[in-house]
Design a binder for this molecule. Structure first.
Ligand SMILES: O=C(O)CCC(=O)C(=O)O
Ligand SMILES: [Fe+2]
Length: 208
């Protein structure tokens, strides 16, 4: 069966899946889920990012603070817009995670945004926080890796005291979730092409 046809097949309704990772996330504020993404979906998303012509150098900050900062980060990114079945499937999966987080931890998450990222050989992202306090809109970070990187490109995560907690080599299909304002992290220079989807569960005040 062609990959896209396979993606269009209705997914067998999963029995109420016990999300066994919820206690770890509650305890640590961070969890790694190896092989989270189905292999066919991962491969299709990888092909989509490899075919993207509109990847643009990532910027840092928002609004007037927004700037390209090639000394801080070198990846190229492109927002997912749900224009393909694979992107829709990915977003459905992550929306399910959003519901779980809300149901179990009352996080009040209101939305999810995500972009493809491509790090070429030599690219990196220096140590940073994705949000500066819990009042910020970005509450929980997700990164899903789309290919295996054997040489460089590890995600290094630190605790509040800047002690290294983990060094994660990207593996196709694995997903990491962590509290956005709590863990400084960096991407070490990669020596191979590195593809991922980085996303953020947000809590935005309703417009009155
Ligand atoms: O790709 C990764 O492992 C992390 C990327 C990241 O930190 C970010 O985009 O904010
Ligand atoms: Fe980050």
């Amino acid at each position: 069966m062609h990959a896209v046809d396979a993606l269009l097949q209705p997914q067998p309704s999963l029995p109420e899946q016990p999300a066994t990772w919820l206690p770890s996330f509650e305890r640590d504020g961070l969890v790694v889920l190896p092989n989270y993404l189905a292999t066919d979906l991962c491969l299709t998303l990888l092909q989509e990012v490899q075919q993207q012509v509109e990847l643009t150098p990532a910027a840092i900050g928002r609004g007037q603070q927004r700037q390209h900062a090639s000394d801080i980060r070198r990846d190229k990114t492109c927002w997912l817009d749900g224009s393909t079945v694979a992107q829709q499937r990915y977003m459905l999966e992550l929306n399910a995670i959003q519901s779980l987080l809300n149901r179990h931890f009352f996080l009040g998450l209101t939305g999810y945004e995500c972009h493809f990222a491509h790090y070429q050989p030599g690219d990196f992202y220096q140590t940073h926080l994705d949000a500066f306090n819990q009042q910020a809109s970005r509450q929980v970070t997700s990164v899903c890796y789309l290919n295996d990187v054997q040489d460089g490109g590890e995600l290094v995560v630190y605790n509040e005291h800047h002690t290294e907690l983990m060094r994660l080599p990207p593996r196709a299909g694995s997903l990491i979730l962590f509290e956005s304002s709590r863990f400084p992290h960096q991407v070490l220079p990669t020596r191979q092409d590195r593809y991922s989807i980085a996303g953020w569960f947000r809590r935005d005040e309703a417009l009155l």
